[in-house]
Design a protein around this ligand. Structure first.
Ligand SMILES: *Cc1c(COP(=O)(O)O)cnc(C)c1O
Length: 364
């Protein structure tokens, strides 16, 4: 038996007729850029989250970059980001001319540590970007309180957290502005690149939409320079179909996580879920002291596992000029050698899950 890490093909086959019709519809009315397919999805996604505005953009990295730009962040500013994330989070800060400042993560949730955020604040700090890593919301109550006390913007990186919740609020609705990615393997994924910015702030929403479309509201009347970063009609149509299945897929992820958790809790460290959190399990990350051996063992059994992420951001070559040492981020530095992501997706079968469970148990 082979268990893939994600299975986009089986997901497509399960909704093939709906997807094919939606794509055919876009081709039929040539709604490639902007237009009704994009508007339809933006409205659906905003309603799903319970937020006022959704602006579709080209990808999740652009969503972060544009969000920071419309908040006025630029040269001379600092933005606090987690040490444990995908590089897009810190890259967006550098892209707008500011400096990313890293904060260590928590040893239980693996999310950005509120104490680490506090420690990283300087006179130049303008914003903090909590990432809802692996699909579990960061400790938003504490982060928002720290941000308020220090007059910082809160930009949520919700790229891994479609459908996650914290104390009854959806991830992406707790900060000033929030960014999503629709990269194909994300919980809600397009068939190419896509992203969105969401906010309850009318002015930020208008600015973000303009920035993503060359700084204009109308054709050839450009109020400022922006960029070209738009969600296209084909991707919007795919997402418009998939969002109707999102809850079912997330609930399936939660069921698989429950099976994993019940069966593997004695053998490895399974994910810790905060009180009041709905973990959307974009990734199911466990810890093992013999991580590399475990990956090899799973591979021999035909099971694909991953590491998210093998190198914490401050230790990447891209940031070597910052001169960070392992002891600056002790938790992230420890986790980089123990974390492993097991196969997890919304069309996974019980049979596949039990095959993974047996393989991990055999190893342990
Ligand atoms: C995927 C991801 C992004 C970037 O999204 P793209 O659409 O690939 O640009 C940003 N942040 C995190 C945490 C991600 O996982």
């Amino acid at each position: 038996m082979k268990v893939p890490f994600v299975d986009l093909k089986s997901q497509y086959l399960s909704i093939k007729s709906e997807i094919d019709a939606a794509i055919g519809g876009v081709l039929n009315d040539s709604g490639f850029i902007g237009g009704k397919h994009v508007e339809f999805f933006e409205k659906k996604f905003a309603d799903y989250l319970g937020i006022k505005h959704c602006v579709g953009v080209g990808n999740g990295t652009d969503a972060l970059f544009i969000a920071l730009k419309v908040l006025g962040i630029g040269a001379g500013d600092e933005v606090i980001v987690p040490a444990n994330s995908f590089i897009a989070t810190s890259e967006a800060v550098t892209l707008c001319g500011a400096k990313p400042v890293f904060a260590d993560c928590e040893s239980d949730t693996y999310n950005i540590s509120p104490a680490g955020v506090e420690k990283a604040i300087t006179k130049k700090t303008k914003a903090v970007i909590p990432v809802h890593l692996y699909g579990q919301p960061a400790r938003m109550d504490e982060i928002i309180a720290i941000a308020k006390a220090n007059k910082l913007w809160v930009v949520e990186d919700s790229a891994q957290a479609h459908g996650a919740e914290y104390k009854g609020k959806k991830a992406g609705t707790m900060g000033d502005i929030s960014c999503f990615s629709f990269f194909p393997s994300k919980n809600l994924g397009a068939y190419g690149d896509g992203g969105a910015i969401v906010t309850n702030d009318d002015e930020l929403a208008v600015k973000a939409r303009m920035f993503a479309n060359h700084g204009r509201k109308e054709k050839y009347n450009h109020e400022f320079e922006g960029t070209n970063s738009r969600l296209d009609g084909l991707q919007a149509a795919v997402l418009g179909v998939k969002i109707g299945h999102l809850e079912k897929w997330i609930n399936r992820r939660i069921e698989i996580a429950k099976l994993y958790g019940e069966e593997l809790g004695e053998s490895v460290i399974v994910p810790f879920v905060m009180d009041g959190a709905r973990h959307a399990y974009h990734l199911y990350v466990i810890q093992s002291q013999r991580r590399n051996e475990l990956i090899g063992h799973l591979k021999n059994d035909g099971i694909s596992a991953g590491i998210h992420y093998p190198i914490p951001l401050p230790f990447m070559d891209a940031y070597s000029s910052f001169g960070h040492l392992p002891e600056d981020f002790p938790v992230s530095n420890f986790l980089k050698d123990t974390i492993i992501s097991l196969p997890m997706h919304g069309s996974m079968t019980d049979e596949e899950a039990f095959y993974v469970i047996e393989s991990v148990k055999k190893f342990a």
